[in-house]
Design a binder for this molecule. Structure first.
Ligand SMILES: *Cc1c(COP(=O)(O)O)cnc(C)c1O
Length: 452
């Protein structure tokens, strides 16, 4: 019959507890009261871990105060070896984009104002000429994210009509994003053609009817198929779409603007290629291989993009000024490919020579060792993430620590900033492929603070 909740002190009792009085020098009375309330709530939820005695309560309230002050969304160090990890925010922004955000956020801007004419302008004019220059597309529309761009394209061209898709491309991109569900929500009636492993041009041809609104091609971004497989490329679908007078929508996803073959990353289509091969509209994300902010790009023919821009749904999916300015600054770096590879963190991390990464690991190992934290340098295999180059194994190097890997992993996660590693064969690995070099000292400090 002993319910430990009965034993919890009241908020009022804690407020006058001598052990808690020093907290009033650190925070306002209402802040301390709220912290007491959350400490008591926590104790009620986890009676087994409830504080006992004044000093334990004082510590619990102090923790609650600290967590009230911590922002929910905060920086973490990504040592997972997955460069474009959706869980940790995908692409870190280039310096130029951060500077642009600061400038635009601090005051007013010409988001929807034409400064030259002194009249109302459109937010959808920003970024367009850069995207045209970099992709060869006639026009472009930027919306909130890649999924929004696809929904908008489908809704514009196939609402109440049929959208033809290969059975091999009815994929789940991640989380709650499944191509067939998204199509249904956008009002399109899905017409599946081909089989899971093989789809031919004839399959599309036979499915065309007067009710066809669009032919849709979806990039299989997070898996590969091998063996007895066949798919129809954009360049072969394009003539069919033209003959049938329906748009060919290509959901490319990754937003790659530069070929990365030289760096061993082969098999991902660049946006310009899809445009050149005849896709009417290509959709992609801003924060995957493009390396910019979360955004959705729809690029393609002037007519098609104009129709999308006129769709009332565009208003609901609209992009904000901070995103637009960050995207513009990121895109501008692509005017010189070498600059893009150097300044865009996602590209710099993906293309860094493994020797350079190993050299950083060696330096960090020695530095940690001097501070009493013993780690080894291990050869590892990193990955791209973010639905791109799904089978690429990028040679990398990590700091490795043996011991109770789960406990070490939790300690690092609990630090400030949290360090997110990965456990592999019983070792905790901190892969440096996904840590920008400029964060090496922050990583060392966080590891020392957590493990020393
Ligand atoms: C990632 C991806 C999406 C979704 O893009 P978000 O920017 O995450 O909304 C859609 N289609 C493909 C093929 C993708 O890879």
């Amino acid at each position: 019959m002993s319910d430990p909740r009965r034993a919890l002190p009241s908020v009022n009792a804690l407020l006058i507890s001598p052990a808690l009085q020093s907290l009033f020098a650190l925070a306002t009375r209402s802040d301390v009261t709220a912290a007491i309330r959350s400490a008591v709530d926590n104790a009620r939820l986890e009676p087994g871990n409830a504080p006992t005695g004044d000093s334990e309560w004082a510590a619990a309230v102090q923790d609650a105060l600290a967590s009230r002050r911590r922002r929910s969304l905060r920086r973490v160090l990504n040592a997972t070896g997955v460069v474009l990890h959706t869980n940790v925010g995908r692409a870190p922004l280039p310096r130029a984009a951060i500077d642009a955000i600061r400038e635009v956020a601090e005051g007013y801007c010409n988001l929807e104002y034409d400064v030259e004419r002194g009249e109302r302008g459109s937010r959808y004019t920003h970024c367009v000429s850069l995207i045209r220059e970099l992709t060869g597309a006639e026009d472009a529309l930027v919306v909130n994210n890649g999924a929004a761009a696809l929904v908008l394209a489908l809704n514009t061209f196939a609402d109440g009509a049929e959208a033809i898709v290969s059975r091999g491309e009815l994929v789940e991109i991640g989380g709650s994003f499944r191509v067939p569900d998204i199509m249904a929500k956008s009002g399109a009636r899905l017409v599946e053609v081909g089989t899971t492993n093989r789809t031919h041009l004839d399959d599309y041809k036979r499915a065309l009817s007067r009710g066809t609104g669009a032919i849709v091609k979806v990039h299989r971004s997070n898996f590969t198929v091998a063996g007895f497989v066949a798919e129809v490329e954009v360049r072969d679908l394009a003539p069919l779409a033209i003959e049938a007078a329906v748009p060919l929508l290509h959901d490319l996803g990754s937003g790659l603007l530069l070929p990365l073959d030289k760096y061993g990353l082969v098999g991902e289509t660049i946006l310009a290629q899809s445009v050149r091969e005849g896709a009417t509209v290509v959709t992609a994300s801003g924060d995957k291989l493009l390396g910019g902010p979360q955004a959705g790009l729809a690029i393609g023919s002037a007519d098609a993009i104009a129709r999308m821009r006129r769709n009332p749904l565009t208003r609901a999916l609209r992009v904000d000024k901070l995103t637009l300015t960050a995207l513009e600054a990121t895109l501008a770096l692509y005017r010189d490919p070498e600059t893009a590879l150097r300044e865009i963190p996602a590209l710099a991390m993906l293309t860094a020579p493994v020797d350079a990464i190993r050299a950083r690991a060696v330096l960090l190992r020695d530095q940690l060792s001097l501070a009493g934290v013993q780690m080894e340098v291990a050869d590892t295999s990193a990955s791209v993430g973010g639905g791109a180059f799904p089978s690429a194994a990028i040679p990398s190097a990590a700091l490795a620590i043996t011991g109770d890997a789960a406990a070490l992993e939790a300690k690092l996660r609990d630090g400030d900033p949290p360090v997110i590693g990965r456990i592999d064969s019983g070792r905790l690995l901190l892969d440096l492929r996904s840590v920008p070099e400029t964060d090496d000292q922050a990583l060392a400090a966080a590891v020392i603070a957590a493990l020393q």
